[in-house]
Design a protein around this ligand. Structure first.
Ligand code: NAP
Ligand code: ZN
Ligand code: ZN
Length: 348
């Protein structure tokens, strides 16, 4: 066993505080990773505060993990000690259901094992995430990372990156498509970068006028303030796709009306309370809504390689772990430019 320092939530209503626990020694197929950076996802807030139900405490959040390999099991092939490795939102799955076999482990029919707030398959022990000094993961659930990119900017790719890359690829976004990205936060800013890189005409749909210049710098061709009725009227029936990254309660109907005939809203944001979907907003233009959950290991590696080839990383504000509670409050106000990333050196 190996002593690990972390920050944890002990209850849904108390701030995160220092916590220590033991990681297992690496088994034959395990990689031990000294964590360097961990991104802060809005899903961390939802789960810390038990907004989706079923949260397990104490909870060490964090599923956007980048670090250096410090030990490997004797059957590990992907890494040698000293390599840079990544860990995303899950650390295991059944490996045998049709989804696992197809590389869609996130949709494992028997339930993937979350990097945190999950339970290990054999021991049933809770999993602890990346707000910690080290992690031990089966190499099959790790990613290789180019050492040439700034690692603090790579960490958010492990969730915000793949969560936006995967559905945009799935629906085939490319040249000639008009894409609206709803919500400019961690996921939204990666969605803008990817949709623009894939050749689409991208409009940032935001509640924050102050983010207009950033949206354009990130690659959006247009910016629309969603609280402005005239703008919303102008944009009606115009998008092929809207990628909805909003974390809080909002009205789907308002944004469905912006889709043209056969247009699709891709839902990735997970507000704690359900939104109504009025039938008329769908049927009048044969619109559809689909959902998407992160991405499988194979596609996550493809995304990381795409980012390395195209020099794409997340725009980050690096914080010491001691500022995590304040960072959560800022995210809830939409005040993040555009991902908080914890420098794990602050834990040591
Ligand atoms: P974030 O950084 O906090 O960004 C969310 C953005 O949503 C805000 O910056 C804000 O952008 C917009 N927003 C907030 N409240 C709003 C409201 N009431 N109406 C309209 N827009 C609002 O969050 P994130 O980390 O990107 O995560 C976004 C959501 O995706 C969360 O619910 C998270 O749990 C979920 N998620 C899902 C997956 C998946 O696999 N499906 C993976 C990761 C995260 P503006 O200021 O531009 O309006
Ligand atoms: Zn996440
Ligand atoms: Zn499975």
């Amino acid at each position: 066993m190996s002593a690990t320092q972390a920050y944890a939530a002990q209850t849904p209503t108390t701030p995160l505080t220092p916590f220590s626990f033991e990681r297992r020694e690496p088994g034959p197929r395990d990689v031990k990773i000294e964590i360097l950076y961990c991104g802060v996802c809005h899903s961390d807030i939802h789960q810390v505060r038990d907004e989706w139900g079923g949260s397990i405490y104490p909870m060490v959040p964090g599923h956007e993990i980048v670090g250096r390999v410090t030990a490997i099991g004797d059957q590990v092939k992907k890494f040698k000690v000293g390599d840079i490795a990544g860990v995303g939102c899950f650390v295991d799955s059944c490996r045998s259901c049709p989804n696992c076999v197809a590389g869609l482990e996130q949709y494992c029919d028997n339930g993937m094992v979350g990097t945190y707030n999950g339970r290990e398959k054999i021991t049933n022990l809770p999993t602890y995430g990346g707000y910690s000094t080290q992690i031990v993961v089966d190499e099959q659930y790790t990613l290789t990372i180019s050492p040439n990119l700034p690692l603090e900017g790579v960490a958010p790719l492990l969730c915000a990156g793949i969560t936006t890359y995967s559905p945009l690829r799935h629906v085939g976004v490319g040249k000639g498509h008009k894409v609206g990205v709803l919500g400019l936060g961690g996921l939204g800013h990666m969605a803008v970068k990817f949709a623009a890189a894939f050749g689409a005409e991208v409009t940032m749909l935001s509640t924050s006028k102050s983010k207009e210049a950033d949206a354009k710098r990130l690659g959006a061709h247009h910016f629309a303030l969603t609280s402005d009725p005239a703008t919303m009227k102008e944009l009606a029936n115009s998008f092929d796709f809207i990628l909805n990254t909003v974390s809080a309660q909002h009205d789907y109907a308002t944004y469905l009306d912006l889709l043209r005939t056969n247009g699709t809203m891709i839902v990735v944001g997970v507000p704690p309370t359900p939104s109504k979907v009025p039938a008329f907003n769908l049927i009048m233009k044969r619109r559809s809504i689909i959902g998407s959950l992160i991405g499988g290991i194979k596609e996550t590696q493809e995304m990381l390689d795409f980012c390395a080839a195209h020099n794409i990383v997340s725009d980050v504000e690096v914080i010491p772990v001691q500022e995590i509670n304040e960072a959560y409050e800022r995210m809830l106000k939409g005040d993040v430019r555009y991902r908080f990333v914890i420098d794990i050196a602050s834990l040591k």
